[in-house]
Design a binder for this molecule. Structure first.
Ligand SMILES: C[S@@+](CC[C@H](N)C(=O)[O-])C[C@H]1O[C@@H](n2cnc3c(N)ncnc32)[C@H](O)[C@@H]1O
Length: 223
């Protein structure tokens, strides 16, 4: 009887405590989830994020599939966000040792470092690409990049900043290298064409919110 009375007296309190602790743990997990992280960044920096949600896994897989694995140079992703495209690049077979991701948001850069410890996350502005790449472990002199995979919202970035990004990207892209960019503008030229790159191919990806276009660009072949 005494034991029963003790159990009845103690258990409800400890059950309530456990339930409360569970709720706190769940709230923490939700607030750290990629989706809520993305939403928080969107509220803080709408123009830099430039999308209502992260890319769909389908769009990410289409971008990754355009990376030629036979080409052994660096693959540099611009605007990694919560890492949807990064994950697709690794799943496609890009070696982590040759993958670097540039992200300007400190919260998102920290998230990417935690989620992908084997890749190099460069926290900074894509407009400073040559200087950021000089920081890469294993970089020996100026890095020429074989693939740039960009999720930057170029159309919502103010024109002067966009121009600096375009110049920086074109500068580090190796001759014969490829630049992949997705955009929600289904028509019209790619902003990268202003930096002298030529569009080799484009495709629409409808399974994304909103539907997107993927452009494949490269330096013009020398005459
Ligand atoms: C549209 S989100 C794309 C995120 C992710 N790649 C995806 O497809 O879901 C754009 C990302 O680019 C980052 N970004 C915007 N401007 C940048 C800049 N100048 N340099 C580096 N990252 C930038 C934003 O912080 C954001 O994470």
């Amino acid at each position: 009887m005494v034991a029963l009375a003790r159990a009845l007296a103690v258990r409800p309190v400890s059950a309530v405590r456990k339930a409360r602790a569970g709720v706190v743990r769940m709230r923490r997990a939700v607030s750290r989830s990629p989706r809520s992280l993305f939403l928080r960044e969107l509220m803080a920096q709408p123009l830099a994020v430039g999308a209502i949600c992260a890319s769909s896994p389908y769009l990410a897989a289409r971008m990754a599939a355009l990376v030629d694995l036979a080409d052994e140079g660096w693959v540099v992703e611009l605007g990694g966000g919560t890492g949807v495209i990064t994950a697709a690049l690794l799943a496609h077979g890009v070696p982590a040792a040759r993958l670097a991701v540039v992200e300007q948001s400190d919260r998102l850069a920290a998230h990417l470092r935690q989620r992908f410890p084997a890749i190099q996350v460069l926290h900074g502005d894509a407009a400073e690409l040559p200087a950021l790449l000089a920081r890469l472990d294993g970089a020996d002199g100026p890095v020429r990049v074989r693939h740039i995979v960009s999720g930057l919202p170029l159309l919502s970035i103010p024109a002067p900043a966009r121009q600096r990004i375009l110049q920086a990207g074109a500068q580090v892209l190796a001759p014969g290298g490829r630049l992949l960019q997705f955009t929600y503008a289904l028509h019209g030229p790619s902003p990268w064409q202003q930096a002298g790159l030529v569009c080799q191919r484009r495709e629409r990806v409808l399974a994304n919110l909103p539907p997107a276009r993927v452009d494949v660009l490269a330096h013009a072949p020398s005459a």
